[in-house]
Design a protein around this ligand. Sequence first.
Ligand code: CP
Length: 334
Amino acid sequence: MMRSEPRAVQLNEHGQLKHFLTLDGLDKTLLTEILDRAESFLSMGEQSVKKVPLLRGKTVVNLFFENSTRTRTTFELAAKRLSADVINLNIETSATSKGESLLDTLKNLEAMQSDMFIVRHSDSGSAHFIAEHCTPNIAIINAGDGRHAHPTQAMLDMLTIRRHKGGFEGLKVAIVGDILHSRVARSQLQALTTLGVSEVRLVGPKTLVPSFFAEMGATICHDLEAGLKDVDVIVMLRLQKERMKGALLPSESEFYRLYGLTVETLAWAKPDAIVMHPGPINRGVEISSEVADGKQSVILDQVTNGIAVRMAVMSMAMSGQLQSADSSAAGEEK
Ligand code: CP
């Protein structure tokens, strides 16, 4: 079956989000709207009552077919702060273990009158597939699909960069490590180029940083010193051993020696460079503890910003769904 273009699937007839599947095809205005809305939610986390009624009466189902700590928890917190009712389906104890197919599971959750599915899955394209096969009035939010996309992670990273650097213009960003298997790197590259940074460098061994990424607007770099020289932002990535087929690396210790971020290698970047990591971090494999816990690290800010970004995306998608339903109803009445 032919797939629809992501833009056609995730935007309604007014150009508003109704699903959030990928950053591919989303313009700077829409990405900036997400960041601005997230900014407005950030201060709410410091108030004694951390709730707004934007999703009151709505049912959000967290469907994580792959493990997660940060994304699952911050989506749940975000949904609760928007006053939604939240269900966390435990996949291990669900009927999936008795052979129920993904679509049959979803049809049952649809029958429970759900309004939004937050989906993480190891298969690339799964969120898009679900958006095309579910009832159209259920908003689908991609919480990471295979090596394809992790759009809310990229947007929380953009919010973190904007808050620390004041904007995107003129910035040089290095993304270091296992680019090949990283949905985060793909979504970050789309966001950074759309928002207008001056350069994105993808840094790592040839086996993990293939040359085809240059076609997406990145500079490819196999030498850490050259890759970090004068950058404003460093994003370190974990080695995704669970997705590696064959021997792509001599050893973890060799990788750390050549590409690890330590106090010494961090000195190649600008003195005020920020250090980011989507997590989970592997200390002594891609980053030293001194750097991960050091004063240039903004890794835990990323986690906090994730709640606000997810609130922004969920409230925008729900609003886009309602506008779409209103337009359809008005069309039927004519
Ligand atoms: N960054 C990220 O996706 O982390 P989790 O796997 O813990 O959700």
